[in-house]
Design a protein around this ligand. Sequence first.
Ligand SMILES: *[C@@H]1O[C@H](CO)[C@@H](O)[C@H](O)[C@H]1NC(C)=O
Ligand SMILES: *[C@@H]1O[C@H](CO)[C@@H](O)[C@H](O)[C@H]1NC(C)=O
Length: 216
Amino acid sequence: MAIFSTTIFMFLALSLSMVLASDHSPLQDFCVADLTSQVHMNGIACKDPKIVGANDFAFSGLHKAGNTSNPIGSVVTPVTVFQLQGLNTLGISLVRIDYAPWGTNPPHTHPRASEVLTVLEGSLEVGFITSSPENRHITKVLHKGDVFAFPIGLVHYQRNVGSGNAVAIAALSSQNPGVITVANAVFGSVPDISGNILSRAFQLNKSVVNYLQSQF
Ligand SMILES: *[C@@H]1O[C@H](CO)[C@@H](O)[C@H](O)[C@H]1NC(C)=O
Ligand SMILES: *[C@@H]1O[C@H](CO)[C@@H](O)[C@H](O)[C@H]1NC(C)=O
């Protein structure tokens, strides 16, 4: 019986942790983030609900194209809790992504969110990689109006394969999804990861590693 209930308990604990694998549910109608608060907690402290108004739940400007004049040819305009304080505790956010022709949103992962991306303009090649050991590459070309899901934590990317600019809107299942861009994290960390480690990890000679580190 004891073993049986331990098993049940472990099963419940496991399923509970899976249910809680995204932002926690709110414990009140809203908790508009007070970005000036010095209280450090999991999330951001609430503004006094009595002084909350419509503007705390609003953001403007997402119709404006981002500036894609950069080495990767894409730019992300975020609307997370830091731009829209009313998102605090709601477990959701979104971004606009602009892509120049052949522009790429390079391989990256969101530690706290799944993503669902909608193409508003143009055509995108998108993909994600499953975890080891399979590392299966799941990829597809999307056109205007197509929607694609990127599971939480998996490395994914998009590239503009159309003839003009491309635009997408992506919703994310966290008020603060976070982003880890693989190349920047590995080759551009502060301070550097030892070149010997990267040389072994990527099976590259040190001069190539030094070159990559100089690029990020
Ligand atoms: C876009 O960014 C580039 C590089 O930072 C800059 O030179 C250019 O002036 C920007 N263009 C606009 C319209 O802001
Ligand atoms: C390292 O790799 C670069 C590029 O492949 C090559 O030009 C260079 O000779 C290599 N250096 C050594 C020490 O193997």
